[in-house]
Design a protein around this ligand. Structure first.
Ligand SMILES: Cc1cc2nc3c(=O)[nH]c(=O)nc-3n(C[C@H](O)[C@H](O)[C@H](O)COP(=O)(O)O)c2cc1C
Length: 249
């Protein structure tokens, strides 16, 4: 049985939670289990900004974040669900995301689809969902799209079509076609890994990403290949071997 983990960024079990419960039922019809992690019920300290997680691989803080990250790594798919607070994700969701900074340098969720959910009274849906989708991409995950609801359509049940892509990527992650933006982001991450730290370089080496155009074999048009490839080569040339002495972040 496949397992999906959802992170809920609301303290209440109201609008965003209700969407997750609908998705839980839809996933159950496909023999997929959904576990909802309500972030407000966990201890999630503010990032200290020390970047030790990036440079050494461990976080100096002791709380529940490591456990949540491990649950995400073990899951087959992820859902990020947040209410819109002042045009963005809730503070709790953002605080958790800040703590995953090392996943930008050493992506840990490659091959896992991420579905993004947000609810709002009326505004901020687009930037909030777009932010969550970008975070998923930076984690190296597969962007399975997003579902948003406002007061105008909050009562509209989530349709099977809205989670179809997520289901398809759960079964066939290899069918994912990265966008040009994602291919370029990969080249930037690769360039940083090759020049900033031995830890990152070894991680990328172990995962055999250094000589690949993306985290896994995928279809690319010649134009996408040419643009992302040249941006990557240019970056690595400009950064040079001495870039390894610079501090990350
Ligand atoms: C602190 C706070 C900030 C909010 N900011 C916005 C906003 O910028 N735009 C908006 O349309 N709704 C805003 N809302 C309304 C919520 O996004 C909306 O009610 C949401 O569906 C609540 O989700 P929940 O029931 O899962 O907590 C805000 C609500 C709160 C509590």
């Amino acid at each position: 049985m496949k397992k999906v983990v959802a992170l809920l960024g609301s303290k209440r079990r109201v609008n965003t939670y209700a969407l997750l419960m609908q998705i839980k039922d839809l996933l159950a019809e496909n023999d997929i289990d959904l576990e909802i992690l309500e972030l407000y019920r966990f201890q999630i300290k503010d990032c200290a900004g020390c970047t030790v997680c990036v440079s050494k691989g461990n976080c100096i803080l002791t709380d529940d974040v490591q456990q949540i990250m491990e649950q995400m790594i073990k899951a087959d798919g992820i859902i990020l669900a947040s209410p819109v607070y002042l045009q963005q994700v809730s503070g709790k969701m953002k605080t958790f995301i800040d703590r995953t900074c090392s996943w930008y340098h050493r992506p840990a969720l490659t091959g896992k689809p991420v579905l993004c959910i947000a609810t709002t009274k009326g505004s901020g849906l687009k930037p909030t969902l777009s932010y969550l989708e970008n975070v998923a991409t930076q984690w190296g995950a597969l962007n399975a799209g997003s579902i948003g609801r406002s007061i105008f359509n909050l009562e509209k049940p989530i349709g099977k079509r809205e989670i179809a892509r997520f289901l398809q990527l759960l079964d066939h992650p290899e069918s994912y076609v990265p966008t040009l933006h994602q291919l370029i982001e990969f080249e930037v991450q690769k360039s940083l890994a090759l020049t900033l730290s031995e830890l990152d370089r070894a991680y990328w080496d172990t995962h055999k990403w250094i000589h690949q155009p993306y985290f896994y074999p995928c279809r690319r048009t010649p134009i996408k290949r040419a643009i992302s490839g040249s941006i990557g080569r240019l970056m690595r040339k400009r950064m040079g071997p001495k870039a390894g002495d610079r501090r990350s972040n």
